[in-house]
Design a protein around this ligand. Structure first.
Ligand code: AMP
Length: 182
């Protein structure tokens, strides 16, 4: 099983659920920038205050802010990791590559989880998080298409991309993911 992973895909595709399961099973560090940002917001830190308005509108918080969160957790961690919800822009991806080169821990695989827009919308509406109302969801999907989906080609070009469809039950998808990453 590969040890340094990245999950890519639109909001609502099931990245977070599948990332948690896989990390528990394989003993990997689960680095979800969304979770880390929400924790900062809940703790009322300066960083959280900076991020919360943008998160609630469905936009992306600044690359530098997200990079600082990821960097301090990856440096010195040598037991394998899974990045979930990061990178989300080409600039984040390039900065990540520089960092990983520096710490000599290249990405081993990128897994894309895809799902149709209608299903994404239904799933996100059912989830009911603060940033899950219809208008915000539509904006998040647009932001994904515009800013994040170019990463698909980027990782394809680097020969790292595997992709699966995210519709099915949780165990079935988990099995598919393990097959793709073994
Ligand atoms: P998520 O839980 O991954 O859906 O992230 C929730 C929100 O946190 C997103 O809508 C963004 O506002 C923000 N966020 C999470 N990860 C990133 C990232 N890598 N770059 C910029 N913003 C992010």
């Amino acid at each position: 099983m590969k040890q340094r992973l990245l999950f890519l895909g639109p909001p609502g595709a099931g990245k977070g659920t599948q990332a948690s399961l896989l990390c528990q099973k394989q003993g990997l560090l689960h680095l979800s920038t969304g979770d880390l940002l929400r924790a900062e917001v809940d703790a009322g830190t300066k960083l959280g205050l900076e991020a919360s308005e943008i998160m609630n509108s469905g936009g992306l918080v600044s690359d530098s802010l997200v990079l600082s969160i990821v960097e301090k957790r990856l440096i010195g961690h040598n037991q394998g990791w899974l990045l979930d919800g990061f990178p989300r822009t080409l600039l984040q991806a390039l900065a990540l590559e520089v960092l990983l080169e520096k710490i000599k821990q290249p990405i081993e695989a990128v897994l894309l989880i895809e799902l149709d827009d209608q299903l994404l919308l239904e799933r996100l509406l059912a989830r009911g998080r603060a940033d899950d109302n219809e208008e915000v969801i539509r904006h998040r999907l647009e932001v994904y298409k515009e800013k994040t989906s170019p990463l698909i080609d980027h990782y394809k070009t680097h020969g790292l991309l595997k992709s699966i469809k995210g519709d099915g039950d949780v165990e079935q998808i988990a099995g598919l993911i393990e097959e793709n990453l073994s």
